[in-house]
Design a protein around this ligand. Structure first.
Ligand code: NIG
Ligand code: FE
Length: 476
């Protein structure tokens, strides 16, 4: 007792409030891999029995005092993006120190960091690279089985997304594969998708269910996310997407399915703490605004935040509905009307734009400029999913935003950091200042604008999550 494992930190939380990471418990030289994390821990007196993410077990003594020295120092940073104020807050010739999972101090202009260091402090040389807050993925579908490259080929030959969907492909083909997969298979697939996001610099991701489309199956997908998130550095913000498509067994009983979502899925997901948000797909062939409203009212009554797949292919008035019901975000928006933009501008709802889905589905680009000019906060996501956007590259979304959506480099960086964090109700993330969570990414690039400019290439060198080295690309 008196001991718990933090959900997405891989850190042991003691009764005195101290959060102990693996490197606080074992000397660095005893750790075979930088991304090794604690999967489970039990306490016997002053000893901890640790089960590690590679399947091995260790014992460690609980340290008697809180360290005053920094855990990690990043030196020789060419450019540090703090994301303060309205711009990106670029600081030249910088360094940064972390302790206990938070930023301890920053320095720039070549000044020295005024922090203590000792033999446990990990000092990393950024070699003049760009350090940014860990990227925030505001919209992804990371738990599914199978893949849909054959549909990709059909689309390349001219078939539309809706044609494929109406012929039993699309979401329903992934639903069949997902229903047939075991918990372990889905957990492995989800972990692989989180690995992919991490490898592009993501430290927190929203993740949706939506490929089971039945009560126990949707809850199982949320449980998969919870279980994977416990021993993966990428923190997941889980979303119930029971209303992603109408499952075939309810084809002639729509009302019954909507009732199932409202009266069983939403209450169970909320009661068991399995979801923070509820999402729905408002589109021809999916759910009507009236059905979405019923689902959203139930979700709101159970304390879930709201997100909506809106105006992807046609204007259904989804953005205005999302704004009216106080949704955290309205996502896609390729086909949004002027009224929809005005409704978002009058609300606190973030527009989450998904240029990868627009690209792969051959949609018009979402009107980022008009949204920004109207004062709507804009975030960018990959929409990572097996159908309309099979990518985990958030930097590629920044490139598309700058090259095709009319966004500036600064707006694109804000869209994958502060704005994405805001759309997930996590405003403490996506910026770097003393006291902020120590989630950051280091890119081998001379300038932050270089990252969207040199597109298609992964410039990421390493990721720090909760003050610990979570991912390091092998040296090139
Ligand atoms: O965000 N639009 C609906 N949902 C996904 C596509 C899911 C799929 O095709 O499997 C999207 O684009
Ligand atoms: Fe989506």
């Amino acid at each position: 007792m008196g001991l718990s494992l933090q959900d997405h930190g891989g850190t042991v939380l003691l009764e005195d409030g101290r959060a102990l990471a693996l490197r606080d418990l074992l000397p660095l030289r005893d750790l075979p891999g930088a991304s090794l994390r604690i999967a489970a821990a039990t306490r016997a007196g002053d000893q901890l029995a640790l089960q590690l993410s590679d399947g091995t077990t260790r014992t460690a003594a609980i340290p008697g005092r809180t360290r005053t020295a920094a855990d990690l120092i990043l030196e020789n940073i060419g450019q540090l993006l703090t994301l303060e104020d309205d711009g990106v807050g670029a600081r030249a010739r910088a360094s940064l120190a972390c302790r206990d999972g938070h930023v301890l101090a920053l320095a720039d202009g070549g000044a020295a960091l005024a922090v203590e260091r000792d033999e446990h402090t990990l000092v990393l040389d950024a070699r003049g690279g760009v350090v940014t807050p860990g990227l925030i993925e505001p919209h992804s579908h990371p738990v599914f089985a199978g893949e849909r490259s054959r549909e990709f080929a059909l689309k390349a030959e001219g078939r539309s997304y809706l044609e494929i969907h109406n012929a039993g492909g699309g979401i329903l083909s992934t639903m069949r594969a997902t229903r047939a997969a075991s918990f372990e298979e889905l957990a492995r697939a989800c972990a692989r998708n989180l690995d992919r996001l991490l490898a592009w610099g993501v430290t927190t991701a929203e993740g949706k269910s939506g490929y089971a489309l039945e009560l126990e199956g949707e809850l199982r997908l949320l449980e998969v996310m919870r279980s994977v998130s416990r021993c993966h550095p990428v923190a997941l913000v889980p979303t119930l997407l029971g209303a992603h498509a109408l499952p075939p067994e309810h084809a002639s009983r729509r009302d019954e399915y909507v009732r199932l979502v409202c009266e069983e899925m939403v209450p169970r997901a909320a009661r068991d703490g399995l979801a923070r948000y509820c999402d729905a797909y408002c589109e021809r062939g999916a759910f009507t605004p009236a059905e979405v409203e019923q689902i959203f009212l139930a979700a709101r009554a159970h304390g879930l935040g709201l997100k909506l797949h809106a105006e992807q292919f046609s204007d259904q008035g989804g953005a205005a509905l999302a704004a009216r019901l106080g949704a955290a975000s309205a996502d896609h928006l390729e086909a949004i009307s002027a009224e929809g933009i005005a409704a978002l501008a009058a609300s606190r709802t973030t527009a989450v734009l998904l240029p990868g889905a627009a690209l792969a589905s051959r949609c018009p680009w979402p009107p980022a400029r008009a949204l920004l000019d109207a004062g709507v906060p804009v975030a960018l996501g990959t929409d990572l999913n097996p159908g309309s956007s099979m990518t985990a590259s958030l930097p590629l979304m920044m490139s598309l935003a700058c090259m095709q959506l009319g966004m500036s480099c600064e707006q694109a960086w804000r869209a994958v950091t502060v704005e994405a964090a805001r759309s997930l109700g996590r405003p403490e993330l996506g910026r770097l200042h003393p006291g902020a969570p120590a989630d950051l990414a280091l890119f081998d690039a001379p300038d932050y604008r270089y990252i969207p400019y040199h597109y298609g290439e992964n410039h990421l060198r390493l990721v720090v999550k909760d003050g610990q080295l979570a991912h390091e690309r092998p040296r090139r």
